[in-house]
Design a protein around this ligand. Structure first.
Ligand code: FAD
Length: 517
């Protein structure tokens, strides 16, 4: 069977398979892998693309497994072949082909996963068991509507899968309080690159558990995660305030993200914007409601090329006394040094707040910019280097904006578990910098190649000026790049790879290891 398959993978490139051959092969392979799910050779194009739109590579086939057992069968099948690789594909929201498998097998996790499997009572609260391919937006809706519970730590956009974000970190405005999503699970079910299905946690198979969290899909496929939850609030006050000085913005953002719970907001983020009336890059991007009008006086308030917006939110329940909520918000805002009157706020339902990027997605789909390439760059920059980053990058290279959000906000390091595979810069606090570029296929704008080159320039400027930073959602084309990324943790990463995926079958699109023959 394997030899027969190899013929199709490697020798039949130029000859399109006939429908009958497809069906024969599908049936034979399903039987050979003993799959309960399905395998598809024809409608595979989507699995060879991703949100970044910068890379394309065609898989040999896409498997839609019916559960962990099928995933284990696919991996064992690949192990028996001379060179097949296997990529779990969450929602394909990577930028640089990380979920692709050139001529390999892509496992479509999203189509196969149950969302919320069960609620679990823990000693000090509750958790939910969710499928590795579940979308976070579905987890949210099911948890809130069925149990009145909600995960604590999120990403900004929820059209991402549980296994996909746990393989990276999963950060947003709640990370300062609860840590990344990788700090908000207590147990995983993983199918390793050896084809073994293993339950792991801090107490059981902990080496695999911590390797998989932030492990870029290198050690196993997450088929289930136990996610910490808490009672869901029903309302959110969503607030944006503007600063003209970076030092004041960082002072307030760091203060809010390091104060004890109860003395801060429930969500803290920030972004840089251009000091102009440009609808995408400028002041209008700060408004929270289409009915809010921009006071032209703001445009003359500061001579700085870019300004800084601190974005915060406070949870409350409809039953809360409104004057108590107002008093709390006033007290918290009273300590901040933003520009006078540069305050924008709205009240919004909790679910709508968490799904806020979904609205932007709908708009972007209509404008054609959701499906156009996204040369994004994400970095973690240490607190010690963030002023230089602002000086060299925001105020110079990116002073005219990037056609999308430029996020920058601090995260305390003590909320991260250093035993996971995620690598961070030094210091007690670091900033996430997310350059979320959108390109407009219908307007004259810099080419994607120029934007990718600008990302390289930013990295080079950071390196030349000795800034302390790490790439988030990293992407390197050389082993040397990965070695530098992992630093003194590289040898451990390699050791774990040899233990849990010795043939280097998994997640080939990360381009860290090459499949052993
Ligand atoms: P994919 O892109 O499909 O996969 C990513 C990697 O994980 C691949 O290597 C894949 O093989 C592997 N993988 C997928 N599923 C599994 C699994 N079950 N087990 C093991 N490995 C697996 N990130 C944040 O932290 N915060 C944000 O606010 C945020 N916002 C975003 C907004 C948008 C619009 C986009 C496009 C991305 C955003 N991201 C954010 C990045 C996101 O976390 C990554 O793209 C991540 O990879 C999740 O996407 P996915 O589920 O589509 O995974």
């Amino acid at each position: 069977m394997i030899a027969y398959l190899e013929h199709f993978v490697h020798e039949n490139d130029s000859e399109p398979m006939l429908q009958q051959q497809h069906e024969e092969l599908a049936t034979t392979l399903c039987q050979s892998m003993d799959l309960e799910g399905t395998i598809d050779y024809r409608s595979t194009a989507y699995a060879g693309k991703d949100f970044g739109g910068l890379h394309a590579s065609t898989p040999f086939a896409v498997v839609r497994p019916s559960g962990s057992r099928d995933i284990a069968s696919v991996i064992r099948f690949a192990l028996r072949s001379p060179n097949l690789t296997v990529a779990a594909r969450g929602n394909g929201h990577s930028i640089n082909g990380q979920a692709m498998a050139n001529r390999g097998l892509v496992i479509d996790m999203k189509r196969s996963s149950e969302t919320v499997i069960d609620v679990v009572r823990l000693d000090d609260g509750y958790a939910v068991d969710v499928g590795g391919g579940a979308l976070w937006e579905d987890v949210l809706k099911r948890c809130v509507s069925n149990f009145g519970l909600s995960p604590r730590s999120w990403t900004d956009y929820l059209g991402l899968t549980v296994g996909g974000t746990l393989s990276n970190a999963g950060v947003s405005g709640q990370t300062f309080r609860y840590g990344p999503q990788t700090s908000n699970v207590t147990e995983l079910e993983v199918v390793t690159g050896n084809g073994d299905t293993v339950i792991c946690s801090d107490a059981q198979n902990s080496e695999l558990y911590f390797s998989v969290l932030g492990g870029l899909g290198q050690f196993g496929i997450i088929t289930r995660a136990r996610v910490l939850v808490q009672p869901a609030p029903n309302m959110v006050r969503w607030i944006r305030v503007v600063y003209s000085e970076f030092a004041e913005f960082t002072r307030d953002a760091e203060s809010l993200t390091t104060r004890p719970e109860g003395e801060s907001f429930d969500y803290v983020e920030g972004f840089v914007f251009v000091n102009s009336d440009d609808p995408v890059n400028g002041w209008p991007s700060v408004l929270l409601d289409p009915d809010q009008l921009l006071d032209p006086v703001f445009l003359t308030r500061s001579a700085n090329p870019v300004l800084y917006c601190l974005e915060v939110a406070l949870h409350y329940s409809k039953g809360n006394c409104s004057s108590t909520v107002e008093t709390r918000i006033e007290r918290l805002l009273g300590r901040l040094r933003f520009m006078e009157d540069a305050l924008f706020q709205v009240d919004i339902g909790y679910i709508d707040f968490l799904l806020r990027v979904k609205e932007a997605e709908k708009q972007a789909k209509v404008n054609g910019i959701w499906d156009a390439p996204h040369p994004w760059l994400n970095l973690f920059v240490s607190k010690a280097s963030i002023v230089d980053f602002d000086r060299f990058v925001f105020k110079k290279i990116l002073k005219d904006g990037i056609g999308g959000p430029m996020l920058v906000y601090p995260i305390p390091r003590n909320k991260w578990d250093e035993r996971t595979s995620v690598v961070l810069p030094d210091g007690d606090i670091f900033y996430i910098v997310a350059l979320l570029r959108f390109t407009n296929p219908y307007q004259k704008s810099p080419s994607v190649r120029d934007l990718v080159a600008q990302n390289h320039e930013i990295i080079q400027v950071c390196v030349r000026n000795g800034l302390d930073f790490k790439l988030y959602l990293p992407h390197y084309n050389t082993e040397e790049g990965w070695k530098q990324h992992f630093g003194d943790r590289w040898s451990r990463f390699v050791e774990m790879k040899s233990r849990y995926d010795p043939m280097a079958i998994l997640a080939p699109g990360q381009k860290i290891f090459t499949r052993h023959q």
